[in-house]
Write a protein that binds this ligand. Sequence first.
Ligand SMILES: C[S@@+](CC[C@H](N)C(=O)[O-])C[C@H]1O[C@@H](n2cnc3c(N)ncnc32)[C@H](O)[C@@H]1O
Length: 270
Amino acid sequence: MIDGYADRVESEERSRHAASFGAAAVAYAEHRPDYARDAVRWALEPASGRRVLDLGAGTGKLTATLLAEGADVVAVEPDALMLAQLRRTLVDVRALSGSAEAIPLPDAGVDAVVAGNAMHWFDMAVAGPELARVVAPGGVLAGLWNVMDDRVGWVAGLARIAGSAVIGPRDTPTGWRGEVAGIRVPEADGVARFGAPEQELFPHGQRRTAESLVATLATRAGMLVMPEPEREATLGRIRDYLANRPETAEGEFVLPMLTCVLRMRRSPRL
Ligand SMILES: C[S@@+](CC[C@H](N)C(=O)[O-])C[C@H]1O[C@@H](n2cnc3c(N)ncnc32)[C@H](O)[C@@H]1O
């Protein structure tokens, strides 16, 4: 069946992207941006306690900000290489192997689940009931996405040059709203466990040079799964673009970014 085939290819492609990060774990830890502190604060603000699960924690970028905000964090990550990198950097954090579809925590074990640039990889049909299971009544589920601010002219140009395989629609503020609003936690057992999502954008920036921005973009899933010749050609186009823009040609600059947050509250009564 055409539809079944298309669904399968899409889901295989998604799995390939979702599992691509480990091969670049060290570069990921070095070059990916941190999250805006006020975004993390806003995500956690309605939670009834400090126990936070960082789901799809990767190398621990968001984990570090959660710790700085005083959260009692457990990190869960499916990729062994990403998890190893997190354990090397954040030696005191409880870090477990697991996924959104099989969370290694007890029922109502945390007051908040947060996911940094990871929720779009979850299979929500399976993960939704798992999320509802581990978040305590009155708790919070929040997705955070760091995106490049393409409302700035040279960033929009960079997004065009890099192409949608590298910088997808959800990686820009305009694309983000529609795309992420499509992520819903399904009703578990016919009971709506989470309220309507709220969304906010928090501007911040990452200090980069042309070289380190190329290194950052090289850690994106679309780039990691690209065949080598195409990857080299894409990186070459990006290098040329950055070398020819007055904003990025010389020395250090600030890459304008936004942390986009989607948060949902779990009913206190269920
Ligand atoms: C773009 S990285 C983000 C890592 C980290 N949260 C950060 O902010 O830097 C996406 C992470 O999601 C993880 N991931 C992919 N599929 C997942 C799933 N089904 N459940 C949990 N994590 C998943 C990947 O292994 C990867 O570490």
